[in-house]
Design a protein around this ligand. Structure first.
Ligand code: ZN
Ligand code: ZN
Length: 420
């Protein structure tokens, strides 16, 4: 089997958010991907829990006395895939788009939200917050249409969005004959006709508290460890793992493939058991047939369960797909060891719910021959039934993280390692 080399990256700039430690009030700067906040002053570590999605506002600079209102914009960043004829096309999507239908207002925030510091919406903010009237799926549907329009060919079998970030950003405006941008204090529309604000309702309650839960093991009380952007936290005392679900920490089944003395880093993958209909894919023998692998099915291979696998960390859409296909074709050993791996771990930053969105895409990339398999994609359903986070050992090469047994090499530039 040929090695796959994963190189290309496509990362957008993170939004930064001004923040205050809820314990000691010390100022801090968060990144939009932060899920754990460790205060540099008081050392308290907590998980950041939004109500629904994270809601940020752009601070305004308008003179006092203006009737400020905030228009909501969806901020979405993620990977988009489209199965077209025999190929899986991909692209990276990074948009802010109106979360209401307000034709007189700017349709997007452009790069502005990335160029300035945002803050969380707080109860003492002066102004009205308009209610988001369009669901995020409207934004995604629009992105699908834009993507589809870029293909001249007609046969499109499947779409998928694998989200990395979803939030609402509230941008401030006021009316002064026309719509005024309350950050730059300049007009962004022509003089408004009567009724221009019709249909834009204010949210009755804009108290969307950001909750914190202490990053302590619910089982043994030990400090949990995890990077600032980690979705899963580990307890090195009782050897379990946890993730915030709602306002509590729920256990995550955690396992690892043992490494050896050459192991330098463990990378996290989601292993997902799923019910598949429309195609026979429940065993390793099925995989050989579906992917038309150059192997003869051996006795007992129809007893080895097939698991879907997905990277549990962010990559560019292209490398995410290549790595997904490779790890699914490899099918790591059926019985990993329970618990946290003994060495350095790379944080799990992609939720299992998003990884599940990508399962059909990696299947589409594996099925051979694509000419006859792709058209049956719309009939295939994949229903995840259980999952585990499995760490896989990698060696440190000159420029790549290497997993020789699986023929995987990931360029080190694609993974940012911070302090462990
Ligand atoms: Zn503090
Ligand atoms: Zn514990």
């Amino acid at each position: 089997m040929a090695w796959i080399f994963l190189h290309k990256g496509a990362f957008a700039i993170n939004i930064q958010i001004d923040y205050q430690c809820p314990q000691c009030g010390a100022p801090a700067l968060l990144e939009e991907t932060d899920r754990i906040f460790a205060c540099q002053y008081c050392r308290v570590k907590s998980c950041l829990i939004p109500e629904g999605v994270f809601r940020y506002m752009i601070p305004y600079t308008a003179k006092p006395g203006k009737d400020i209102f905030f228009l909501p914009y969806w901020r979405y960043r993620g990977m988009q895939y489209c199965c077209v004829e025999t190929e899986v096309q991909n692209r990276f999507v990074d948009v802010t788009q109106q979360a209401v239908n307000a034709p007189y207002f700017p349709m997007t925030l452009g790069v502005r939200a990335q160029a300035m510091k945002l803050s969380f919406v707080s109860p003492d903010t002066q102004g009205r917050f308009l209610k988001p009237g369009l669901p995020v799926k409207t934004v995604l549907q629009h992105q699908e249409n834009v993507f589809e329009a870029s293909f001249s060919r007609a046969d499109i079998y499947h779409h998928a969005h694998v989200g990395e970030t979803l939030s609402l950003i509230y941008a401030p405006f006021y009316i002064d004959a026309c719509i005024m941008d309350a950050v730059l204090n300049r007009p962004v529309s022509d003089p408004l006709p009567d009724g221009a604000m019709d249909g834009l309702a204010a949210s009755e309650n804009f108290h969307w508290p950001l909750r914190f839960i202490p990053a302590l093991c619910p089982s043994c009380g030990w400090d949990l460890s995890g990077e600032r952007n980690a979705l899963v936290l580990s307890c090195t005392n009782c050897n379990r793992a946890w993730q915030p679900v709602g306002t509590t920490l729920k256990p995550v089944p955690i396992m690892f493939i043992p490494g050896d003395e050459t192991t330098a880093l463990y990378l996290p993958f989601w292993r997902i058991a799923a019910d598949v209909t429309g195609i026979s894919l429940s065993s390793y023998a099925d995989l050989i047939r579906v992917a038309n692998l150059p192997k003869v099915v051996q006795n007992g291979w129809d007893q080895i369960p097939y698991y879907f696998w997905s990277p549990a960390f962010r990559l560019s859409p292209k490398t995410f797909l290549s790595l997904s296909i490779q790890i699914n074709l490899t099918q790591p050993p059926e019985h990993p060891v329970d618990g946290n791996p003994p060495g350095t771990r790379y944080p799990a930053t992609l939720p299992v719910t998003e990884a599940a969105e990508a399962l059909k895409i990696s299947l589409a990339g594996m099925m051979k021959p694509a000419e006859t398999r792709m058209p049956i994609l719309p009939q295939i359903t994949i229903r995840p039934i259980r999952f585990a986070l499995v760490y896989i050992p990698f060696q440190s090469g000159h420029q790549e993280w290497l997993m020789p047994d699986y023929h995987i090499a990931i360029n080190k530039n694609l993974l940012t390692l911070t302090d462990h």
